[in-house]
Design a protein around this ligand. Sequence first.
Ligand code: B1M
Length: 211
Amino acid sequence: MSILENILVGVVEGKLGEIDSLVQKALDEKIAVKEIIDKGLIKGMSVVAERWKAGDYFVPEVLRSAKVMQMGMDVLKPHMAGGEVKVKATFAIGTVKGDLHDIGKNLVSLMVEGAGYEVINLGIDVDSTRFVQCVQENPKVQAVGLSALLTTTMPEMKNTVDALKEAGLRDRVKVFIGGAPVTQSFADEIGADYYSIDAAHAIDQLNKLFS
Ligand code: B1M
């Protein structure tokens, strides 16, 4: 098996203890950073996303693979200075005000990062003002993701869309919403641009916009 295939398998199988040395070995073999990301780490995460979609992988496996991917990216980061790897776009994501659920949001965050995006993870219990502030302070943000797991916090999604509008920022960013109780009709109702059923879906939608 080539080193890139080993990295791919390392991500798919969640080999936390091996990924650092595998990625370092690829660097030692003078394989380009972009190739390590595209043909090793991201390709591995794509397999994970497919297995997740098919119901073959569950949350623990996906989080473990996402962690492995993140560790691999951390080894590569110091080698990215030459601008060899192009970030597709910057995506800010947070769980809305009053909501403390973060497993799904973190999964989306890690997988979107793995798909080649810069991600600003604002955390949980994020109020609309904080989302607005983030977009104002980061001119590179082109997409904002809102997560809600409680029916009682879904109205915060509308508040955030409205706050972006009021701040004159709505045309600058695409708004994605997701979370177990969220639906396409709710997205339509509140004026969000996209409803993503899961992380893989969000990546497909982002790639259509920014790839
Ligand atoms: Co809570 N909880 N919880 N909880 N909790 C639910 C959501 C609930 C459905 C359980 C139930 O009653 N059956 C229910 C909500 C009912 C409702 O509103 N309709 C509920 C409740 C009531 C509560 C509390 C109020 C309980 C209480 O204290 N009485 C309380 C609220 C706290 C608060 O937020 N203020 C609470 C607390 C908690 C814990 C802290 C114990 C824990 C959260 C731990 C954590 O996140 N760090 C927790 C958990 C774990 C759950 C369940 C069991 C699992 C959620 C989860 O992580 N799923 C959940 C029941 C359930 O959903 N079956 C439940 C796995 C995760 C990968 O999926 O988050 O759906 P999910 O994310 C998916 C997609 O939805 C999508 O992609 C993700 C990955 O594919 N997605 C996005 C999510 N965000 C996205 C954003 C995007 C795109 C896609 O942007 C682009």
